[in-house]
Write a protein that binds this ligand. Sequence first.
Ligand SMILES: Nc1ncnc2c1ncn2[C@@H]1O[C@H](COP(=O)(O)OP(=O)(O)O)[C@@H](O)[C@H]1O
Ligand SMILES: [Mg+2]
Length: 301
Amino acid sequence: MNAIEITGLSKQFTGKHMIKIDALKGLNLNIAAGEIFGFLGPNGAGKSTTIKLVMGLLRPTSGAAQIMGLDVSRPESRYNVGYLPENPAFYDYLSAEEYITFVGTQFKMDSTLLEQRTEDVLIRLDLWDARKRPMRGYSKGMIQRVGLAQALVHDPEVYILDEPMSGLDPIGRALVKDIILDLKARGKSVFFSTHITDDVEKVCDRVGVIVKGTLVAVDRVESILRSGVEGYVIHLQATEAESLPFAGIEALRRTESVSEYYVPCSGFNAFMGEVNRTGTNVVLVEMKRRDLEDFFLSLVK
Ligand SMILES: Nc1ncnc2c1ncn2[C@@H]1O[C@H](COP(=O)(O)OP(=O)(O)O)[C@@H](O)[C@H]1O
Ligand SMILES: [Mg+2]
């Protein structure tokens, strides 16, 4: 069974002066159980709209979505979901500990387990020292971490996170990546949005790119990266002979002992054949590739 199934999902808003905004246009997307899926798109692309539709917080104009086989119009579809909204805001006068405990009781957790899990998530999200302080005194990053803690406390199977790394410093971002990788190791399913390619590259199995309400690409991160390989810069130990063009390719650069050659993918085998035939030493092979950022920018443009 898929963790999330989205079929023909569309949302039209009526903005100022009755102007229609097609925030999401016929989205079809399945997230497999155990998969980490990154939903990548620029600001205003329709990421939060999609997430709110899947969480049942907005009604679709057309189409449908299911979580673990349950239609999202049914509250039961969310019992096994951890949700982080964009720009989370909590009760100013509750402490993180009180709030996390409150969320756990909403999920009808057993009190002994809840106490243990509350402690675990507060420690994991580096909120332990601040746990008794009212949240009105928390920084933006701390509030974001409370948001993640409340999504984790009941240890659900599916996680729907709207920009989980937003508002965090580099240490916080690394922590969130670690948490997502932990969830993956435990077989959980994660659907998260971001506008930063770097967040996706390190943790996702697959990535979908959404632009102006339309999904323009879905692929495995590794195939995107592999398809981006354009060629290699091969550093050969220089002898007198190698200061000439090697295998018909002019050197890019020469130092005293090393010559560098740019070899496109298509010429790689022939070049290496010549390297072997002449017994030349290879010092270094650098891959020249378009990264996820280039891929994303080419789609957004
Ligand atoms: N409640 C709303 N009323 C009118 N327009 C909205 C509303 N919510 C979102 N939009 C519009 O829908 C589009 C997608 O927004 P959103 O899903 O928040 O994008 P993202 O999360 O990718 O930045 C934007 O053009 C936004 O202005
Ligand atoms: Mg958003």
